[in-house]
Write a protein that binds this ligand. Structure first.
Ligand code: 5GP
Ligand code: SF4
Ligand code: MG
Length: 454
């Protein structure tokens, strides 16, 4: 998911700005979008299933345009815990002792189920199946504390990976789990402060990147000042997949540029798995950075061998296999660059293997002599419990199949994945690699939790 928020000293077109900023985070989720705004008295929320521009029509934005608006948060949803239902669109809101609260969440709480059961026993009622609502209900019970202290207490009870924006009528808070699994950055603007999943969204708001929210930290804006509380000791293991694939290539996360990390992954990949070939071809767009690195390290020319139809969207977010298959055909097609060539094909990851198989087939049909598939991350063998939906374990091709079996399935002449060490070196900091190695830094859910919640 993508989260975005702003706090302004003087009235601003908060809804209009959040709408534009949210478009810069559309890649982080395409299932639902929402915006909450307040002027200190009125509190408005609009949200629905769909892309940002499908949800926010002119009329809908007009409904959010409070003339004296000072703060707001926004969300773009990628469904992981809690299915793709309208009631799970965010920001979620609740009327509590703190007044109206709105929350926008990126990540997953791994202990949502036991917390939810406890709250239900105590008489709480839930309006959604999303794990995010657990946090709202925890906050509602901590009404005797100022909001930032209530948020700090809730953080102590919650486990997993989460980056959260929270607002009442006057205050905006940003919090990040002690492992810093999901990104969250702070921006400063002439009018106040902004928070976003990734820096490119800050720029759209006219804010300058200040720093990342630290793992385990709560940051809030109070009377125009940025305040901070280090709630839990930081133990950073940010998600490696953000740099491998999920984040925008123009993002700077925890001091590491996504594009440069991807180029380094490609360079490492060449060192680990060189191929006898004529050209390097990226699978657009997610394989481009690594292909640049591979081409640089190998000295082979980088060619525009696959055209990506920019109007087809991201395929993996389609819910059924049939829709995904159709969309891949719509999305990618080979150019004449591959004809008669031995191709090194570079992609960021293999999840189910279905897209990769189709791409290799397309290249061969277009006359590629050989296809050497190189993947800039290790085989994905385990599910992610921290907010990236890398499919159920049984769907992960690398969970069951050996390297040779995967190669045969996708029809490549050779296949190699980047090692965990290669990823670590390319990123250059401590990272979560649990979907590759099964070592979960921020805990795992109880058996069957996801099923029960959905
Ligand atoms: P596959 O060959 O596994 O079907 O597709 C691999 C390509 O699709 C990669 O470019 C990867 O970026 C993307 N992809 C496919 N499915 C998923 C998924 O469930 N989650 C993520 N994160 N990426 C996916
Ligand atoms: Fe990222 Fe994988 Fe860890 Fe999930 S399990 S947070 S996708 S590295
Ligand atoms: Mg891709």
């Amino acid at each position: 998911c993508g989260v975005l928020g702003l706090w302004a000293e003087t009235p601003l077109d908060v809804a209009g700005m959040l709408h534009l900023g949210l478009l810069a985070l559309q890649h982080r989720g395409q299932e639902a979008a929402g915006i909450a705004v307040s002027d200190g008295k009125t509190f408005l929320v609009e949200k629905d299933l769909g892309l940002v521009n499908q949800v926010f029509t002119e009329e809908r934005l007009a409904r959010l345009r409070l003339p004296e608006a000072r703060l707001g948060i926004a969300h773009t949803r990628y469904s992981t815990t809690g299915s793709n239902l309208r009631m799970n669109a965010q920001p979620l809101t609740a009327r509590t002792v703190h007044g109206v609260l709105a929350i926008a969440h990126n990540g997953n709480f791994v202990n949502a189920k036991p917390l939810r059961d406890r709250l239900l026993l105590e008489g709480a009622t839930f309006q959604s199946t999303s794990d995010t609502e657990v946090m709202l209900l925890l906050l509602a019970r901590l009404g005797h504390l100022p909001l930032e202290e209530a948020a700090a207490e809730a953080m102590k009870a919650l486990e997993g990976g989460y980056s959260i924006l929270l607002m009442d009528r006057r205050t905006l808070l940003a919090l990040r789990d002690p492992h810093g699994v999901r990104p969250l950055v702070i921006g400063q603007a002439p009018w106040g402060y902004a928070f976003a999943s990734e820096p490119p969204a800050l720029e759209i708001l006219g804010a300058r990147y200040l720093r990342d929210v630290r793992p385990g930290e709560v940051v809030w804006v109070e009377a125009g000042e940025l305040k901070s509380l280090q709630v839990l000791p930081p133990s950073p293991t940010p998600c490696a997949f953000e740099w491998i694939y999920f984040a925008r290539p123009d993002s700077l996360l925890d001091g590491i540029e996504a594009y440069q990390a991807r180029v380094r992954m490609g360079e490492e990949l060449f060192r680990e798995a060189p191929a006898e070939a004529d050209i390097v071809v990226p699978v657009p767009d997610s394989g481009i950075g690594a292909a640049v690195g591979y081409a640089r390290a190998s000295g082979l020319p980088l060619e525009y061998g696959l055209y990506k139809n920019p109007y087809a969207g991201r395929t993996f977010i389609q819910p059924t296999q049939e829709l995904r298959d159709l969309k891949t055909r719509l999305k990618l097609s080979p150019t004449s660059a591959v004809r008669g060539k031995r191709v090194v094909l570079i992609d960021d990851s293999i999840v189910r293997g279905t897209t990769s198989r189709r791409i290799v087939g397309m290249l061969k049909e277009a006359g590629a002599k050989e296809v050497h598939f190189r993947v800039s991350s290790p085989p994905i063998r385990f599910p992610c419990y921290y907010g990236i939906d890398t499919a159920a374990r049984k769907e992960l091709i690398a969970a069951e199949k050996s390297l040779e079996e995967i190669r045969a399935y996708i029809g490549a002449d050779s296949l190699a994945f980047l090692s965990e060490e290669g990823v670590r070196r390319a990123i250059g900091g401590p990272v979560c690699l649990a979907c590759f190695n099964g070592r979960y830094p921020a805990g795992v859910p109880q058996e069957g939790e996801k099923l029960i919640l959905e």
